[in-house]
Design a protein around this ligand. Structure first.
Ligand code: TXA
Ligand code: MG
Length: 307
């Protein structure tokens, strides 16, 4: 069911979950200090309890409520990339819910760049834990209707339109003056390196990113990834549907074609996969993107979806 901003504020303050828009994907949000509300997120998603949640905050001033350490390097990255599709994993304060951080010594924080999400954070005065608003391992939602299709109409959804970035945030762990990439996203490793003025490095205490399951972001229809258009065409038949990136020869099956532009493909990727899945064909044939840095996050999602 759709809710407006004021209803969303009321529901969240009362300890309920609400699906909210962000610039990356829709999140299934709850008060990050309310363990009962947090447990509802895990239950609705059927997500294992050892897979920690990202805490969304209104601005970088809130970091000190959650992180035991906000080093100059972490501050530099926050200044450069917040609000935006960028999550910082920092050492957690001891009083941060063990449910939200799934017993990790760290907490994941992000200031989203979506006007409705920011308004919600400010008006509620809450920090919102929000994983993607889909069942565990399934496709992430980038439109309100994807949330309803995946989780049912009982979930309250704040509709903020189509997500502009379209794939999940880049996740970076920072300890003192070292950083490490935990999940690829549209903010690239090179951009982080340039702001950090140094390459990523290993921590003395290894950091875990639970929940980076191999099988993830998956449509229900079996899906295969092809590194060449010719191989894809050779595998196509009337029972398949194909996702093509850019112009060129076309297979003899239902076709979805995206521009050969990484920003555009990221934005449309999940919606296109949701549509292809709904066709109930026997197989989805996906053309792999070019082998270049700006495509890495998209290739990561497609590889997991196809595994
Ligand atoms: O763009 C996004 O990040 C979206 C929107 C809603 O903000 N959220 C999202 O959440 O993708 P989710 O639950 O699908 O992925 C969160 C991932 C976890 O699977 C885990 O790998 C990592 O973030 N994570 C969260 N807390 C962590 C922690 N304390 N230490 C290490 N990794 C953590
Ligand atoms: Mg997810």
């Amino acid at each position: 069911m759709r809710v407006d901003l004021q209803q969303a504020v009321r529901l969240l303050k009362a300890g309920n979950v609400v699906a909210i828009p962000t610039e990356t994907v829709y999140g299934l949000a709850a008060d990050a200090t309310n363990d009962e509300a947090l447990c509802q997120i895990y239950a609705i998603k059927q997500r294992p309890m050892d897979n920690p949640l990202i805490v969304h905050i209104a601005d970088a001033n809130q970091v000190s409520h959650w992180a035991a350490e906000f080093s100059p390097l972490a501050q530099k990255l926050a200044n450069a990339f917040w609000p935006g599709p960028f999550t910082l994993v920092l050492p957690a304060k001891l009083d941060v819910s063990l449910i939200v951080r799934a017993d990790q010594p760290t907490v994941a924080l992000r200031v989203p760049a979506h006007p409705l999400a920011l308004q919600l954070l400010k008006e509620s005065g809450l920090a919102l834990a929000a994983p993607s608003a889909n069942k565990f391992t399934q496709l992430s939602p980038t439109m309100a209707m994807h949330v309803t299709a995946g989780l049912g109409d009982n979930i309250p959804v704040l509709d903020g339109g189509a997500c502009k970035v379209g794939i999940e945030s880049t996740i970076v762990a920072v300890q003192r003056d070292d950083w490490q990439l935990l999940r690829l996203g549209m903010i690239s490793e090179a951009e982080i390196e340039s702001v950090a003025s140094k390459a990523s490095s290993m921590f003395s205490q290894p950091i875990k990113a639970p929940g980076q399951h191999h099988l993830h972001y998956s449509p229900r229809t079996p899906m295969r990834l092809f590194s060449s258009r010719d191989a894809l065409i050779a595998s196509a038949n009337v029972y398949s549907a194909a996702l093509l990136i850019g112009e060129g020869l076309q297979p003899a099956c239902q076709i979805f074609q995206l521009n050969k532009n990484a920003t555009d493909v990221a934005q449309q990727l999940y919606d296109t996969l949701h549509k292809m899945d709904a066709l109930n064909t026997s197989e989805l044939l996906i053309e792999a993107p070019p082998n270049a840095p700006e495509w890495l996050a998209i290739l990561d999602r497609l590889t997991r979806a196809a595994s």
